[in-house]
Structures are given as structure tokens and as C-alpha cells.
Ligand binder design. Structure first.
Ligand SMILES: [Cu+2]
Length: 199
């Protein structure tokens, strides 16, 4: 199984949303990649026992500090799988209420903007969600019109609280070939579920 390691590093500047004297908090940045099949992705795991499963790379164990701002960058490379529950296409629990996304439009042209939600739940490839922290972010699929090898880059920030180990997961039923799409990668650490270790 993939080794557990921290992917965060300190940002040496105060969080702009908390720049009031004495309340600026340290932050970390975490960079993940979402791929449609972990065994064949360019940065994938060649020896993975489930090479055709979608997953988050390089790890789904995220070490973050307590009472801090975590800024996430997710490079989303997978196709549309669709949310069964459109509710999850709304962003929740993130600082400012919006995520920033660079993406490709229906003409294959690059675009970017800040969003509260996806245009359509059908356009979700996966989600990044930490239910216990109230964080839900839908991840837009790469438009079929985009050039081959394109990715959407999604950034957002959320705040951690007290120390603890929290589960995070995808809410798109992306476990193809399993019951209701909710097995396999949806239930296995290292793919579409992970741990956030707040300490
Ligand atoms: Cu997923």
C-alpha cells in the first residue's frame, strides 16, 4: 500500500482571510491529482493491485496542522461520471464559499473562474469531501472538447479545528462494476477514500 507521508508544506505568509492582528494562522498547501486509472496515469502506481480504479495521487493520507488553513490544489484529469445526488454539486464548508477552477469550455477553449457549484451534477468526475468538517467540493470533469491530456485545476481552502483523524471521500459513485458503484475504490484507502490527520 502507498506509504503514508505528509504532502503539506508551510506557506510563509499569513492567511489573507485572517489577517487581523493576532489571529493570523499558519497554513499548509496540499497538491493532489485525480486520475481515472491509477495504474496507467503518467504519475501513477505501476505496481498497483487495482490499476483500473480511479484514485487520488500521490496519497490519500493527508497530514495537516490543527486550527489552520489548508489550501488544496486538485488537478482533475478524469471524465464525467455524474453525481446521483445533485446536492453534492454545491460547494460547502470552504473559505469564501467558492472554489477557483481552470477548465475547458464546450469549444475546447481554456477558461477560469470562481464557482459555488457545478453547472450540472452530470459533469462531476469526483468530489473531495470531509463530512465531519462540513467540506464538500465537486470536481468538474474534463470537457470532452478539451485537448487530449487536459486537466481541470481546482483550488480552495478550508479551516481545520481540533486535532483528530477524519475521513474524507468521494461522493460520486465511481466504483464501476461494484454494487451501485459504491464499492472498490469508494471503500478502499488510497483511491477514493482517505484520512486527514489533524495534529
Ligand atoms: Cu470518485
Amino acid at each position: 500500500m502507498a506509504a503514508t507521508f505528509a504532502v503539506g508544506f508551510l506557506l510563509h505568509r499569513p492567511d489573507a482571510t485572517h489577517s487581523v492582528a493576532n489571529t493570523s494562522s499558519p497554513g499548509v498547501k496540499i497538491h493532489l491529482e485525480v486520475v481515472g486509472s491509477v495504474g496507467t496515469a503518467s504519475n501513477g502506481r505501476a505496481d498497483d493491485p487495482n490499476p483500473t480504479w480511479p484514485g487520488y495521487l500521490p496519497t490519500t493520507t493527508l497530514d495537516v496542522p490543527a486550527n489552520s488553513v489548508v489550501t488544496m490544489q486538485i488537478d482533475q484529469e478524469d471524465f464525467a461520471r455524474g453525481l446521483r445526488n445533485p446536492f453534492w454539486s454545491q460547494a460547502q464548508g470552504i473559505i469564501g464559499g467558492t472554489f477557483h477552477m481552470s477548465y475547458y469550455d464546450n469549444n475546447g477553449q481554456p477558461q477560469q473562474g470562481d464557482f459555488h457549484a457545478l453547472d450540472s451534477a452530470d459533469n462531476a468526475a469526483h468530489t473531495f469531501a470531509i463530512p465531519q468538517l462540513g467540506v464538500f467540493v465537486p470536481l468538474e470533469a474534463v470537457n470532452a472538447a478539451a485537448p487530449a491530456g487536459s486537466m481541470n485545476v481546482i483550488t480552495f481552502s478550508f479551516r481545520t479545528g481540533k486535532p483528530g483523524v477524519y475521513n474524507w471521500q468521494c461522493f460520486v459513485p465511481c466504483g464501476q462494476g461494484t454494487v451501485a458503484g459504491n464499492g472498490g475504490p469508494m471503500q478502499t484507502l488510497g483511491y477514493m477514500v482517505g484520512l486527514i490527520v489533524v495534529q
